[in-house]
Write a protein that binds this ligand. Sequence first.
Ligand SMILES: [Zn+2]
Length: 363
Amino acid sequence: MTVEREITNLEALISDLSPEDRALAGRIFDVSTTTGRLEPPEAMHAWIEKSFGSVDQVTAQRIVKVTNRITLEGTLFNELRASRPLDTGVSLDLDREIAATEGDPFCHPRDGTPADVFGRVEGEHATTASNVAKYDGFHGVIVFDDHNPLHLTPEKVAGYVSVGLEWGQKVLEADPEARYPFLMWNCLWRAGGSIIHGHAQVTATRDSHYPKVERLRRNASAYKREYGSDYFGDLARVHHALDLSIPLEDVQAFASLSPLKEKELLVIGDDPEDASLSRAVGALLQGYVRDLGVRAFNVAFYMPPLGPTQEDWSGFPTVVYIVDRGDPANRTSDIGAMELYAASVVASDPFAVARALAGSPHG
Ligand SMILES: [Zn+2]
């Protein structure tokens, strides 16, 4: 009997792997399954059926807890929440709301935004500005030529990233100590974006990388010491063995087994300058918007430093995280105390996410 490829069957799916892949999966992930039960009064049955399909589905809910033993990232998947269909509807109201802000300062960045001390980086699809209220000593904005942040293509995204990386080089010339770059994209309000006009952000920091990036470097380095193996390669292999990978040229991409929030994807490439990596990110974001109905998302590039450092970054790839932040029309925040202080609670099934994105053309 074949086991259905669903997150709630993860334990069985892992037992079906080859002995080598099964051992690797067990090395990286702890997986446990439990059932949560409740007794709804008769008066609630109609509402439950309307909201969730059947009362039985609600009275016994299967919950899978996945913990990455190496990084201690962890996620609780609830079968009931995961069984809700993925909403791929397009909101015309959102399109109108985005169009209504056309003519904002980012539509004319040369006189609407400040420049950095070293000037601006101008590319084919974007121009940089200096962020007015800075996160760090160097904090730039990659202002997209497109006002609408959802009109993205792999080419445009590659252009945005390329401008951001060149900004990092300009920073390094201005301050050789600011060698730790970070590139991020908060698309629309729910993802932390305060300005609608398409933009990403770049920072550069000194002394050591941002703590979450440094923690991943330490985790991967401890893994190599203990197992003599590359953490990122092994992580990708486990996801691939479980059919969670999304086929793309020259990069590893997969729907994460321990997502921070909904539909999280990881993309692993060698060099941030490699255009196939940023094009892959663009193709996945295009699939996110078109095939999965995502509107608000975060993207983060974990990159090794641009100059020599005391700590060992050898073998550290470029890791890109992409995560859905939910429907812009929903007032409830997707992140609460559970996510901030305990573990992530996620409804989307990574197997469904991988299937949806693997089926769409990339390029
Ligand atoms: Zn604009």
